[in-house]
Design a binder for this molecule. Structure first.
Ligand code: F3S
Length: 755
């Protein structure tokens, strides 16, 4: 679908020479990730070895992909850059704004009505600037990308944190904010701190109920939500080569849940098979011609500990199916221990809903494995005791699975087929629940399970597992069911067991689709008009942020000292707020409303230091802004983990927050803050977090000397008249300091274009 074969061939033409040049300067054999990164340096051939975890490097990505929620802000920003066309192949995917309620057809129609203005905006901007546009219902960004655009050895960025899904086809694919996408579409280099490398050796072979999903659920248990931070996770070993390309995609997709920059598998036969099955035999052939460059050097595989920063080995032959959750994807339970955990923790045993599909798990193989379980419910006369929904990842998968009778099987056991869209995975779910205050459990084949993520209800305990396990549990209607050991009672009173799932990797009769939902851009877009109504509450053209005033920042009020987990969902909640993604003023009304205030343990209740009253976070911040007073947000560890949305950085910037000071940052969010001209600071001594009081007025000192390796000073002016100072760290390089000074990265781009 309009994939750019010439671009891919160009990448491969220069690949070998660039890899060899890198090998020379590095002075040792190379891992796959290093080969791809060195082959994508903006300077051409490498001239020096890059320090992992230290050096900031300029790369030239081959592609950009954007989903509709994040594309709005990315494109609003791109429109300000003054170009007539995007500099690299780019696509927009309408997947996040479709709410699941009754089923695909009706839900899609409702979305088209509700989001008409936004879809028209995205479609016309795409048309004008040469961007491929995937209409609502065409599919979920990552499934569409792996089916159409991902290629071994490529480098892409996407405005969604599960962009690494394309690692299943041997691509380095990294989730970024819209500001990064804007830069790359504008033809600017894309900067990344050279990642560290984690090697995961997969030995043995999966069998029975264990699937690719269980590999990443196990990895999440080992590495935790922070373990992959700043790292690329590279999988290898005979177990890796035995997995389907889409199974590999599932694993790479959920690398986001361990905080990894991205995850990747080396090019192999399975990837070639998938490329051919999805109409890209020419890409498979071109990749075959350079295949030695699309895997790590042999010496790396022979002695991984010498080349990766960390090595983990997992034996797939011994791997149990896993169920992870609730509330965090790294709480990993082997299936045999799960029922006991449910009982001991008092989680609701009754399973209300099972949901399969999403960008994580909606390949043809996933659907056939789940359907093989569903079919048994019919043949063994079992009733499905939970609600059950099916979200195909793309129209290609939906059409093919419908043709092959899989969707019919799901419907026969009571399943509801939802639109090819994110739906419940991102909180776009009008759930029918009798009593929203009732503690309840759901299980999904999705990737994230933070509180309220799926249905907005704090009472919901969400667990993640493979689609086949979700299907089995939904039939049983109980979280304590273990299909490997437990029997079910049929409608006729017989005790039966479910057989192991069986999957078909690629459709025997090939993939098929009638209308994939793709709209190619105009050859010459200069005449295309983009209309944004000034009275719209969904879209708002951007105004530039103010440049730094050139002085230290004095007299900032503490807005909130956030306690514990503060993800981008806490900072800029999704669900109902998604509709304001293109309207900065309106969406700013959700700023930090999910963060827990350290001083009163409440959400969205902070002290307004001007009035002494307690109020909502956005309203309090608007009061400071109206008074011309800046503020500061303090946070805990891994602040901003989760999604790539730059709204979480733009909202505080827009409302007048000047700095975010935390114990540690999630990478994407830290970069997003820098792009928006914010100060992203970390405590040099994490214990200083304890010194910050509710009534503090705070100064940030040393900004006139702001430099890459220096520290800044924080002075706390306590309400009792005392004060104290401590040092804070930052990771700004020269360019990022320029962004801060200019007011934002975009301001700097404009300044340079106008120079
Ligand atoms: Fe969509 Fe959920 Fe994936 S929101 S892109 S289906 S993680």
């Amino acid at each position: 679908m309009a994939f750019d074969f010439d671009m891919i061939q160009r990448v491969y033409d220069g690949f070998g020479e660039r890899v060899e040049a890198a090998r020379q300067v590095v002075g040792h054999p190379l891992t796959l990730s290093e080969k791809i990164l060195y082959a994508h340096l903006t300077i051409g051939n490498a001239v020096k070895a890059l320090n992992r975890g230290k050096d900031y490097v300029d790369f030239a990505p081959d592609r950009v992909a954007m989903q509709d929620a994040t594309a709005q802000m990315a494109l609003l920003q791109f429109m300000q850059a003054g170009r007539s066309k995007v500099a690299v192949p780019s696509t927009v995917h309408c997947d996040h704004l479709i709410q699941a309620e009754v089923g695909a057809t009706q839900d899609l129609e409702n979305a088209n009505n509700k989001n008409r203005e936004v879809y028209a905006f995205l479609s016309s901007v795409s048309d004008k600037y040469g961007i491929g546009f995937w209409k609502p219902g065409a599919g979920i960004i990552h499934q569409v990308v792996i089916e159409n655009y991902a290629f071994p050895g490529g480098l892409m960025i996407g405005t969604d944190s599960h962009t690494p899904n394309a690692g299943g086809l041997g691509m380095i694919a990294i989730g970024v904010g819209g500001a990064d996408a804007c830069d790359v579409m504008a033809g600017l280099p894309w900067e990344l701190k050279m990642p560290k490398l984690i090697g995961i050796k997969l030995v043995g072979k999966l069998s029975g109920w264990a699937s690719a999903k269980d590999i990443i659920l196990r990895v999440a248990g080992i590495l935790t939500v922070k373990g992959g931070t700043g790292c690329i996770v590279e999988y290898f070993g005979e177990g890796a080569d035995s997995l389907s390309a889409t199974g590999k995609g599932t694993i790479c997709n959920m690398g986001a849940e361990i905080g990894a920059t991205t995850s990747i598998f080396a090019y192999d036969e399975k990837m070639g098979d998938y490329l051919r099955a999805t109409n890209r035999a020419d890409v498979a052939e071109a990749a075959n011609a350079v295949r030695q460059h699309l895997r790590s050097d042999d010496e790396v595989y022979a002695d991984p500990a010498s080349y990766y920063d960390q090595v983990i080995e997992i034996n797939l032959s011994e791997l149990e199916p896993h169920i992870n959750g609730p509330y965090t994807p790294d709480l990993a339970w082997p299936l045999s221990k799960f029922a006991q955990a449910v009982k001991e923790n008092g989680w609701p045993e009754k399973l209300d809903v099972g949901l399969i599909g999403s960008c994580t798990n909606s390949s043809y193989e996933d659907m056939t494995r789940a359907a093989s379980i569903a079919r048994q419910a019919i043949s063994k006369n079992l009733k499905t005791h939970s609600e059950y929904t099916v979200t195909p990842g793309s129209e290609l998968v939906r059409f093919t699975t419908e043709r092959d009778g899989l969707l019919d099987t799901f419907e026969k056991i009571g399943g509801v087929v939802l639109a090819n869209a994110c739906g419940p995975c991102i909180g776009q779910w009008a759930r029918h629940i009798d009593d929203p205050t009732r503690q309840n459990s759901i299980i999904t084949s999705f990737n994230r399970n933070f509180a309220k993520r799926n249905d907005g209800l704090a009472t919901t305990h969400a667990f993640v597992a493979s689609p086949e396990l979700v299907t089995a549990m939904s039939i049983a209607g109980s979280l304590t069911f273990n299909p490997m050991t437990d029997k079910l009672t049929s409608e006729s009173g017989e005790e039966v067991m479910l057989d192991e799932p069986e999957g078909i990797e690629l459709p025997v009769n090939g993939f098929a689709v009638d209308d994939a939902g793709y709209q190619a851009p105009a050859e010459d877009g200069s005449g295309v008009q983009i209309v944004v109504s000034p009275t719209s509450d969904r879209l708002q053209l951007l105004e530039s942020f103010k440049a730094w005033e050139g002085t230290d920042l004095l007299g900032l009020k503490l807005l909130i000292k956030a306690k514990g987990k503060c993800t981008t969902d806490h900072i800029s909640m999704a669900g109902p707020w998604l509709k304001y993604r293109g309207h900065l003023d309106n969406i700013s009304n959700n700023m930090l409303i999910g963060a827990v205030n350290f001083f009163n343990e409440k959400t969205n209740t902070v002290k307004n230091q001007l009035s002494g009253e307690f109020g909502e976070v956005p309203a309090t911040q608007r009061a400071y802004k109206a008074a011309g007073i800046g503020s500061i947000v303090v946070g805990d560890e891994n602040y901003g983990e989760g999604s790539s949305r730059e709204h979480a950085a733009m909202e505080p910037r827009f409302l007048g927050v000047r700095a975010i000071l935390v114990k540690s940052f999630a990478r994407i969010h830290e970069t997003n803050l820098k792009k928006q001209g914010m100060l992203a600071l970390t405590f040099a001594d994490p214990d200083d977090y304890d010194d910050i009081r509710e009534d503090d007025t705070i100064d940030i000192l040393g900004l006139t000397e702001f430099s890459p390796n220096g520290q800044l000073t924080i002075r706390l002016n306590h309400a009792d008249g005392s004060s104290e100072e401590f040092q804070v760290n930052h990771t700004y390089n020269e360019t990022q300091i320029e962004w801060f000074k200019a007011g934002s990265a975009l301001n700097l781009i404009k300044q340079k274009q106008n120079a």
